[in-house]
Ligand binder design. Structure first.
Ligand code: SF4
Length: 332
């Protein structure tokens, strides 16, 4: 998977580094002073991740917990995200990461103790409120957990703060480490889903819908809270039929009544990412639609059209058995 592993001196003795080195025993390892000395120093084209992906292990410096943008999660409660990784092994054509870093290489930050301190300070600032933390704003929260090994740490942490909530957002089906944990009511694993046809066309290298549904079913059976993101919603021919089919599959695998929440969001890009999508995937079906610069500078479908899409999908969800209060609209 990786052509080289760079290890910052500051984490060279961390047990997880030994685990990763052993797992990739044939991959050359280089010790470095600081990730930022090498990562992104020279621009590496995004699509090089297909042939040449490097792994960086180190400590995250600066702000580790950040306030999430408005409408990021359930309204009325403070939302934060924390950063413990950069970049992703998957390749969704709309991915915001393609315009974000100078390099698609994977970075895993191992100073979870420092992140935990900031999480605790943030919780203390919002006494008596439910504070949400979202893992992995710049990565997939589960895809590499068998390597990064941080789940037991965060389960211990959030067990001590039952009022705070942690969301692990993923497109993976990698629940190997997660199912070893005792479920906690306040740790919710949320799966981003699209109709299977869309996953095949746009969410390159991600697990199939079926594999994700099997993983979700397993977690639900074990008592882990799960949630769903129908995001990004992309318009296509037979759009209503494909989402009707998706809801019917959800009903087959899951108890919809037990889903913590279902968020819905229509595809959107910053103008920088939109430019990258056109460059990296000029033939993408994504680009067939009409896009406009929107109220917040993002590139989206025209507002009446996206409200129509959201309305239709919400109706399908309600028809499938979801309750109105389970559904929220994302970034609108
Ligand atoms: S799973 Fe998420 S982070 Fe990974 S490529 Fe797809 S959109 Fe980007």
């Amino acid at each position: 998977m990786f052509s080289r592993i760079f290890v910052e001196k500051s984490v060279a003795n961390f047990p997880q580094v030994a685990v990763i080195k052993e797992r990739f025993s044939k991959v050359p390892v280089t010790e470095i002073d600081a990730i930022e000395d090498i990562f992104g120093r020279v621009k590496k084209p995004y699509l090089q991740k297909r042939e040449n992906l490097q792994l960086f292990l180190g400590k995250k410096k600066g702000t580790l917990v950040k306030e999430a943008p408005e409408a990021y999660g359930l309204a009325g409660e403070p939302h934060y995200y924390f950063i413990h990784a950069y970049n992703c092994i998957y390749e969704c054509e709309y991915c915001y990461l393609q315009g974000y870093f100078q390099s698609p290489d994977i970075v895993l930050f191992l100073n979870h103790d420092d992140i935990a301190k900031e999480i605790e300070t943030t919780i203390a600032r919002h006494e008596n409120k439910t504070v949400w933390f979202h893992a992995g704003e710049f990565s997939d929260s589960l895809a590499l957990t068998h390597l990064s090994g941080e789940l037991p740490f965060y389960f211990d942490l959030f067990k001590r703060y039952p009022k705070a909530k942690l969301e692990l957002r993923t497109k993976s089906a990698n629940i190997k480490d997660l199912i070893k944990m005792d479920p906690l009511k306040n740790i919710i694993t949320s799966f981003s889903l699209s109709p299977e046809k869309r996953i095949k066309a746009t969410d390159l290298k991600t697990p199939s819908l079926k594999h994700r549904l099997i993983a979700m079913k397993k977690l639900q059976e074990l008592g882990h809270p799960i949630a769903i993101h129908l995001d990004p919603i992309i318009h296509e021919d037979q759009f209503l039929e494909t989402y009707e089919e998706l809801f019917s599959e959800l009903k087959t695998y899951l108890d919809l009544n037990q889903i913590a929440y279902v968020s819905m969001g229509v595809v959107r890009f910053t103008s920088k990412v939109f430019h990258q999508v056109k460059k990296n995937y000029p033939k993408s079906e994504l680009l067939a639609a009409e896009f406009h610069s929107s109220f917040d500078g993002k590139v989206r479908y025209p507002r009446p059209f996206r409200l129509w899409l959201l309305g239709k999908i919400k109706d399908l969800g309600l028809k499938a058995g979801l309750r109105d209060e389970q559904i929220y609209l994302c970034m609108e």
